[in-house]
Design a protein around this ligand. Structure first.
Ligand code: 2PG
Ligand code: MG
Length: 422
């Protein structure tokens, strides 16, 4: 039974405020969890409550969300059984009462939801991934590791947001980490040789001043080769286009000096599929360009994994609409886009039922909380996107996955390229 709930304001990896919640249950078990924050947020995400007091953290303080936990959400769940996540989350949703969690804040709700789950795991004496998952939980996610960043995470050096590597040829998660690290070191060598910056963007990826989006793709391929791997066989490419963030009726690629319609942008990506070993594309069109997604996007879904992030916003109704229209074939899963653990789990189940791939994802603003590592294994998501192999807010999750793989021992499964939808 939940005995107490306490929230406080802490700082995320961008040095901006976020919510941390502690939950104590009867018997003495207690646990904390904290909430991430996106920069390239989708329009359809649950609402993150910020104070708006310009004199403090430029308006980004979360004291109101913290107060909502301490004064409203906490009292609403005290007395409930933390083992009954559905009941806890239902109480949180009822206390908020809005469709988009704008009354009390999705950041407030999610903090309580996650801390409660973790406290329940502690009380049960099982690791979080076991607590959240069934006995079938054993799939280590294939990581999409950020190598080069653009868009809103890197001062728009290039337009597309994430250029990622996917160690499809590894046989274990630990091997995937070693391979990704090799490629990352090789990228740093190449950049240094070319006199380009190795300074890091929000997620620890490099943000060099490249002349075009295509140059970023070629840098990734060259880095894979330099590390001694075969592009596509050992390590493949993925791109988060994050197209909503350069769309204003048309798609504007500053780096290429191109203005494209949906057909033009899809054609450009389709050409890349022929020239580069790309296995996954995310948010290739604007989040509300349903017509473009249905007519143009379908050219890509037959060839490659196509992920909806801003498009679906971890929202069941948007996912179901997409599935009905044949839009994309995978979903990015971000708990704070929806605001509770139970709703996240429902979206993952629906995606798996609909035949959509599931990629659990961090946000560009993160804390040291490794919750998503446990979540990915618990639901056998198959894939995870955390950022680069840099910065402790990213490494906390990668390291947790290394621990889970060790704990699973011979039962652990690393699916490699089988995890990717196409
Ligand atoms: C994304 C994420 C992570 P943000 O777009 O996929 O890379 O970015 O958290 O800023 O929305
Ligand atoms: Mg994205």
């Amino acid at each position: 039974m939940i005995e107490s709930v306490h929230a406080r304001e802490i700082l995320d990896s961008r040095g901006r405020p976020t919510v941390e919640v502690e939950v104590a249950v009867s018997g003495g078990a207690h646990a904390a969890a904290s909430v991430p924050a996106g920069a390239s947020r989708g329009r359809h995400e649950a609402v993150e409550l910020r104070d708006g007091d310009a004199a403090r953290y430029r308006g980004l303080g979360v004291r109101r969300a913290v107060a909502n936990v301490n004064e409203i959400l906490g009292p609403a769940v005290v007395g409930l059984d933390a083992q009954d996540q559905a009941a806890v989350d239902a109480a949180l949703i009822a206390a908020d009462g809005s469709a988009d969690k704008s009354n009390l804040g999705a950041n407030a709700l999610l903090g309580v939801s996650l801390a409660s789950a973790r406290a329940a795991a502690v009380a049960a004496g099982v690791p979080l991934w076991r607590h959240l998952g069934s006995a079938a939980a054993r799939v280590l996610p294939v990581p999409m590791v950020n190598l080069v960043s653009g868009g809103l995470h890197a001062g728009r050096q290039v337009d597309f947001q994430d250029f990622l590597i996917v160690p499809v040829g590894a046989s274990t998660f630990a091997e995937a980490m070693a391979m990704a690290a090799n490629v990352r070191e090789s990228a740093a060598d190449l950049l240094a040789e070319r006199g380009l910056s190795v300074l890091k963007a929000d997620e620890g990826g490099f943000a060099p001043a490249l002349e075009s989006n295509r140059a970023a793709v070629e840098l990734v391929v060259a880095s894979i080769e330099r590390a001694g791997y075969e592009p596509g066989e050992d390590v493949a490419l993925a791109i988060d286009v994050a197209a909503s963030h350069f769309f204003d009726g048309r798609y504007r690629l500053e780096a290429e000096n191109l203005t494209l319609d949906a057909a033009g942008l899809v054609q450009l990506l389709d050409d890349w599929l022929a020239g580069y070993p790309i296995v996954s594309l995310e948010d290739v069109l604007d989040e509300d360009d349903w017509a473009g997604w249905a007519s143009e996007g379908s050219r890509l879904t037959s060839k490659v994994q196509v992920i909806g992030d801003d498009l679906f916003a971890t929202d069941l109704a948007r996912l179901e609409r997409g599935a009905a229209d044949g839009v994309a074939n995978s979903i990015l899963v971000k708990m704070n886009q929806v605001g509770t653990l139970s709703e996240t789990l429902a979206v993952v189940s629906a995606a798996q039922r609909l035949g959509y791939g599931t990629v659990v994802s961090a946000r560009s603003g993160e804390t040291e909380d490794p919750f998503i590592a446990d979540l990915a294994v618990a639901v056998n998501a198959g894939q995870i996107k955390i950022g680069s192999l840099a910065q402790s807010e990213r490494l906390a999750k990668y390291n947790q996955l290394l621990r889970i793989e060790e704990a699973l021992g011979d039962d652990a499964v690393y699916p490699g390229r089988d995890a990717l939808r196409r």
